[in-house]
Design a protein. Structure first.
Length: 207
């Protein structure tokens, strides 16, 4: 990870990517076994549907993403004065400008720490994505997730620390005020922060 004066560049942890790859492949294997030996194992059709016909494609995508990132390393996240370049997951949306962001919110979903990003106009962001990614993002929303998610699992720092660095260096006063009100962990980090004074935020200015 590089925290520069004009941008923050974060690379995914190779160890965590390897663990994701191994775990996803193991779950794909379990799904195949369930589908192949359902009757012998006395597994219900519903369980096979969830574990195999939903689990195999999902964890297959996770495994493919982890393998791709291990073979071709690139930053999971780049943050500068223009906005955020998100490549942190298989559902990454690419570039989103600060003008398009309504809220940044660290949260936890099913035990997994996430940095959620809520766009002002979701349809504009979705229009830049492929049809499959649009469907999966909408499905995430129905499950209670944020529209854009940066998962803790592949990052070398915590989500709260990432949020702190992002808004102190590049966010406007709204992002800081919003996080202070909603996130006690962020309050504690900000209180003991030794970061340099936050740069003035001007939408659309170059880094």
């Amino acid at each position: 990870m590089r925290d520069e004066s004009d941008r923050i560049v974060i690379y995914p942890s190779r160890l965590k990517l390897t663990l994701i790859l191994v775990g996803a492949l193991a779950l794909v294997g379990i799904g195949i076994v369930f589908a192949s030996y359902r009757q012998k194992m006395g597994i219900s059709v519903l369980d096979v549907l969830i574990v195999s016909y939903i689990g195999i494609p999902f964890f297959g995508v996770c495994a493919g993403f982890a393998l791709y990132r291990l073979i071709l390393p690139c930053p999971a996240l780049v943050v500068d004065n223009e906005g955020i370049i998100d490549r942190a997951s298989a559902l990454a949306v690419g570039f989103i400008s600060w003008d398009e962001i309504k809220r940044i919110m660290p949260y936890t979903y099913m035990g997994q720490a996430m940095l959620g990003i809520e766009p002002k106009d979701l349809s504009t962001v979705l229009a830049r994505q492929g049809w499959l990614k649009r469907c999966l993002i909408r499905m995430n929303l129905r499950l209670g997730c944020a529209a854009i998610n940066i998962p803790q699992v592949i990052l070398p720092i915590t989500i709260d620390e990432l949020a702190r660095r992002m808004v102190l260096h590049f966010g406007d006063d709204f992002f800081i005020d919003d996080l202070l009100k909603s996130n006690p962990a962020f309050q504690a980090l900000l209180a003991k922060s030794k970061a340099s004074e936050r740069k003035p935020f001007s939408p659309g200015s170059g880094g």
